[in-house]
Design a protein around this ligand. Structure first.
Ligand code: PRP
Length: 221
C-alpha cells in the first residue's frame, strides 16, 4: 500500500488537527515529537504527514505532492488553488474583515482609490474590485497590519480578526465583514478519485468526531 500524504500548516492548526487524526486511529507519536523533521510517519496506517508553512499547504495539495491538507480558509481564499475543499473542521474560527478608523464607518463607498494594507492582497482585490466594484491600491504587508492606518500608510486594512483585541487596542473598528474563517480539510482532485476509499474513510471519521463534539457541519464559518 502506498503512503497517503497529508500536508499540515505548522503551528496551532497542526496541533489541533492531531486530535482528529487520533480520533480515527492514526498514530501521531512521531507527529507530536518535537523534532526538525518535516516528514513524520504513521507506519501502521501508511500515512506521511508534511509540516509546511500555512500558505504552502494548498500548493502541495494542488500539485499532488500531498493527497490532502488541513489549512485555514483565509489561506484557501488567498492562494486560489485548484483543490477540493471537503470539510469545515470548525476550529480556529475567526473573520476576514475590512477595518479602519471609526470615522470611516458607513463611508467605505466614498473613499476613491483607497489604499488597503493587507497580508491578503488577492482577498482584498477580490472584495473591493469584484464585490464592491471599486479600484483600490493594495499595499502588501507581512504582519502588524493594524499599524498601517495609524501612521498614514493606508486608509483601511483587510485582515483577520479573532478576539478583536488588536483592533480595539489600536483604535480601529470593523467596517465590513468579508468572510467567516476556520480550518478546512482539502483534497487533491486526482487523489479524490484514485484514493477515494482511504480519503473518504478519513472524511467520514472526522465528520463523526465533529458531530460528537456538536460542531455544526455545513455552516460556512
Ligand atoms: C493576526 C491578525 C491580527 C490579529 C488578530 O496577527 O493579522 O493582527 O492576529 O487577532 P485578535 O483579533 O485576537 O487581536 P498575528 O497574531 O498572526 O500576527 P501578525 O500581525 O504579525 O501577522
Amino acid at each position: 500500500m502506498r503512503y497517503l500524504s497529508i500536508a499540515l500548516a505548522k503551528g496551532r492548526l497542526a496541533d489541533k488537527s492531531i486530535v482528529y487524526f487520533e480520533s480515527i486511529g492514526f498514530d501521531c507519536t512521531e507527529l507530536k515529537s518535537s523534532t526538525r523533521k518535516l516528514v513524520l510517519k504513521d507506519e501502521k496506517n501508511k500515512i506521511k504527514f508534511f509540516l509546511v508553512k500555512p500558505a504552502d499547504v494548498p500548493t502541495y495539495v494542488e500539485y499532488g505532492a500531498a493527497d490532502m491538507g488541513i489549512v485555514g480558509k483565509d489561506t484557501i481564499m488567498e492562494e486560489g488553488r485548484r483543490i477540493y475543499e471537503v470539510l469545515n473542521l470548525g476550529f480556529s474560527k475567526c473573520r476576514m474583515v475590512v477595518a479602519g478608523p471609526a470615522v470611516l464607518e458607513g463611508r467605505l463607498d466614498q473613499l476613491n482609490n483607497k489604499r488597503v494594507a493587507t497580508k491578503y492582497p488577492k482577498v482584498a482585490r477580490d472584495y473591493f474590485e469584484h464585490k464592491r466594484k471599486e479600484s483600490i491600491e493594495v499595499i502588501k504587508l507581512n504582519g502588524s497590519v493594524e499599524l498601517a492606518p495609524l501612521v498614514g500608510l493606508s486608509e483601511v486594512i483587510v485582515d483577520i480578526v479573532e478576539t478583536g483585541t488588536t483592533l480595539k487596542e489600536n483604535g480601529l473598528v470593523i467596517l465590513d465583514k468579508i468572510a467567516d474563517l476556520s480550518a478546512r480539510l482539502i483534497v487533491n482532485r486526482v487523489s479524490m478519485k484514485m484514493e477515494s476509499r482511504r480519503i473518504n474513510r478519513i472524511i467520514d471519521g472526522f465528520r463523526k468526531e465533529l458531530e460528537e463534539e456538536g460542531v455544526i457541519i455545513g455552516q460556512d464559518n
